[in-house]
Design a protein around this ligand. Structure first.
Ligand code: KIV
Length: 263
C-alpha cells in the first residue's frame, strides 16, 4: 500500500505515480480494486458532483462528507483531501481546525493550493504530523484572480516564479506537488528542481506522476474535452444506453421476467 514515504521513493526509482479524483463510496470501491496509487478527494467535487461553476463553492462540510464516503470504500488507498476555498487564509487556527476535521474523517493527507502565501501554514501542518501535498500552476480556487482556466507560467518571469514556488513548497515540507496546466517544458524544469515528486494535470509527460478527474477520464461529460484529457471510456453513452434499455423493457413489459419475480 502506498504511504507518504512511497512518493519520494517512487521519484528516486523513476516510477510514475497515478492519482485519480474520487468523491463517493461506489467509485471508491472500484478504485480500491484497481492498481491506481492514490486518491484525491478534490474540491472539484463542487463542480462535478454538485453542479457549481467553480471550486470556490466547496465547503468543509462538503469535503468531509465526501472524504468519509471515499474512505469507507477505499480502505487500501492513500486518500488526499483538498483544503476548501479560504480555509487556509483565515489564520492558523481555522486552518488547523480544518486539517483536524479532514484527517479525523479519515484522510491520509491534505492538499493546499498556492505557495508563498501558504508556506508558513504548510510548515506548521507538516510539523504537526500531517502530510501536505502542494498545488501550483492553475489553482482553481483563485479562478477569479486568474481570469479563467488558462495555462500558467507561459512567460519567463511566471515560469521562474513557479520554479521558485515549487522549491518553497519543498522547503515547507510538502511530500508532493500538483502542477496544473503549465507548459510541458516547465513541467520538466519544476520536476527537476525539487526532490519531491510532481504530479501533473495538463503539465506534460515529464512530471513524476499524473492525476485526472475520474469523471473526465471515464468520459462522463461529452462536452468537456480539454487538450490534456485522455478518455479511457465513454461512460456517458454507456449509462444513457443502460437507462434507455431499462425504459424500453418497462414499456414493452419484458421487465421484470418470471425469473426476476418472487413466486
Ligand atoms: O480538485 C481537483 O480535482 C484537483 C485536481 C484537478 C488536481 O485539484
Amino acid at each position: 500500500m502506498v504511504n507518504v514515504q512511497t512518493f519520494t521513493k517512487r521519484k528516486q526509482q523513476n516510477r510514475k505515480i497515478s492519482m485519480v479524483t474520487c468523491y463517493d463510496f461506489w467509485s471508491a470501491k472500484i478504485i480500491n480494486q484497481s492498481d491506481i496509487d492514490c486518491i484525491l478527494v478534490g474540491d472539484s467535487l463542487a463542480v462535478v458532483m454538485h453542479g457549481f461553476d467553480s471550486t470556490v463553492h466547496a465547503t468543509l462540510d462538503m469535503m468531509k462528507m465526501h472524504v468519509a464516503a471515499v474512505v469507507r470504500g477505499a480502505h487500501d488507498k492513500f486518500v488526499v483531501a483538498d483544503m476548501p476555498f479560504l480555509s487556509c487564509s483565515k489564520g492558523i487556527t481555522v486552518g488547523m481546525d480544518a486539517v483536524q476535521e479532514l484527517m479525523q474523517t479519515g484522510a491520509s493527507a491534505v492538499k493546499i493550493e498556492g505557495a508563498a502565501h501558504q508556506a508558513d501554514l504548510i510548515a506548521h501542518i507538516v510539523e504537526a504530523g500531517v502530510p501536505v501535498m502542494g498545488h501550483i500552476g492553475l489553482t482553481p480556487q483563485s479562478i477569479h484572480n486568474l481570469g479563467g482556466h488558462k495555462v500558467q507560467g507561459k512567460g519567463e518571469t511566471d515560469a521562474q516564479q513557479l520554479i521558485d514556488d515549487s522549491k518553497r513548497l519543498e522547503q515547507a515540507g510538502c511530500f508532493a506537488i500538483v502542477l496544473e496546466c503549465i507548459p510541458n517544458k516547465l513541467g520538466d524544469c519544476v520536476s527537476r528542481a525539487v526532490s519531491v515528486p510532481t504530479i501533473g494535470i495538463g503539465a506534460g509527460p515529464h512530471t513524476d506522476g499524473q492525476v485526472l478527474v475520474l469523471h473526465d477520464l471515464l468520459g462522463a461529460d461529452p462536452d468537456f474535452c480539454p487538450k490534456f484529457l485522455r478518455r479511457y471510456a465513454n461512460v456517458n453513452q454507456l449509462v444513457a444506453g443502460a437507462l434507455n434499455g431499462f425504459h424500453e423493457d418497462v414499456r414493452d413489459q419484458s421487465f421484470p421476467a418470471p425469473e426476476e419475480t418472487y413466486g
